[in-house]
Design a protein around this ligand. Structure first.
Ligand code: AMP
Length: 355
């Protein structure tokens, strides 16, 4: 099936019309291709420049074919070819971020999931409107520094990897705050972080019923973040600042976690509310999403972020997680996506899972 690099930009249409599961070669693509292949789909990797060599090291996850473009934004110019090979695009964090949410949403190629969600995820104000109106607890937001009544995190919009975020212990420490751009001042929640990997199937009529379908929990992780994770060993913030060290939240990896079993009802309640509200607001979020929050010592879960697509933390669970193994043995989120496409095709309901 593989084609050489030289002709990688001339994809011959596949003879049968089995759709090609397609994504950008990055982030969680190994898992997506691996899962698609296990479900019998042809796979297509989109690469910038040349196909990454590391795929050669992972034969079970290497896409059948590659399509290369000089720059990510050139993907907008190959949509005819993508449609010709029956591509179904699987969004992931890098795919959406490198192309930009608007350009991604404008691609004239079928996308797994409801692309309307991208507009709600990429705008922090809209995201808050969605989650709060769903009844989900979020960190308090301060309109003005004078209202600050405890530790806060200041987030500049578009700060990559939390570079440009900063922490203040209290109003005093925030001092004469002179913002350098659009930002939010948010309660800094003390507790333990959990990143919960959910999957919403609008097709399923069994399991934990939400909306017309069902909600699955496929895994959970916590992100390793440099340099904040180890910063406490160096002592107090003021001293660190004097030394010119500012906290950053650059994700460098992920660790698996599980939640106390008695907290699972809370996890499902949060996931269900987010889905139910998404159905009312924009026709529903479909497929994988991640709820990112902090469990406080009062066992209240405060959500600071939602990712409305597969997250890289699911890469921990290519051969199953303590949760997904109870849905089906060895089930990854990538494979779950392929199963949903499979079922939708078999039932003539692709319109419910693609946009
Ligand atoms: P975000 O860009 O919103 O995903 O935040 C990046 C990181 O900052 C998170 O992974 C957390 O470690 C931390 N963080 C964000 N918001 C809060 C908050 N309200 N309280 C405590 N930590 C937070």
């Amino acid at each position: 099936m593989g084609i050489s690099l030289a002709d990688s930009n001339r994809l011959a249409p596949l003879r049968d019309r089995t759709p090609s599961v397609t994504t950008l070669c990055s982030h969680s693509s190994l898992q997506i291709f691996h899962g698609a292949r296990a479900e019998g789909f042809p796979t297509l990797g989109l690469a910038v420049g040349t196909p990454p060599r590391f795929y050669d090291a992972f034969p079970l996850a290497r896409p059948d074919r590659f399509l290369t473009v000089p720059r990510v934004k050139d993907l907008s110019g190959v949509t005819d070819q993508l449609r010709d090979v029956g591509a179904i695009l699987i969004p992931h964090g890098s795919f959406v971020e490198y192309l930009g949410p608007e350009a991604f949403a404008a691609l004239d190629v079928p996308v797994f999931g409801n692309r309307a969600v991208l507009g709600w995820e990429s705008d922090r104000r809209k995201e808050r409107e969605w989650l709060e109106s769903a009844g989900v607890s979020m960190p308090k937001r301060f309109e003005d520094p004078s209202e600050v009544d405890g530790p806060v995190i200041v987030k500049y919009y578009g700060a990559k990897g939390g570079k440009g975020f900063f922490l203040a212990k209290n109003r005093e420490a925030l001092g004469d705050f002179h913002p350098t751009g659009p930002h939010v001042i948010q309660e800094y929640v003390l507790g333990t972080r959990y990143y919960m990997h959910f999957f919403y199937s609008p097709l399923s009529d069994r399991g934990y019923r939400v909306g017309h379908g069902s909600l699955e929990l496929l895994g959970m992780d916590r992100r390793d973040e440099a340099n904040i994770d180890e910063l406490y060993k160096l002592g107090a913030q003021e001293e660190l600042l004097k030394a010119g060290i500012r906290p950053t939240f650059v994700v460098t990896g992920n660790v698996p976690v599980i939640l106390r079993e008695s907290l699972l009802p809370k996890a499902f309640e949060v996931g269900a509310r987010i889905i139910e509200r998404s159905i009312e607001l924009f026709g529903g979020m479909v497929g994988p999403f991640c709820v990112e929050g902090i469990m406080t010592e009062e066992l209240e879960f405060k959500v600071f972020e939602i990712s409305t697509r597969i997250v890289a933390g699911t890469n921990l669970f290519i051969s199953g997680s303590p949760y997904s193994d109870l849905v089906a043995p060895g089930l990854s989120t990538g494979r779950r996506i392929a199963q949903e496409i499979h079922r939708a095709r078999a039932e003539g309901r692709l319109g419910e899972v693609l946009s």
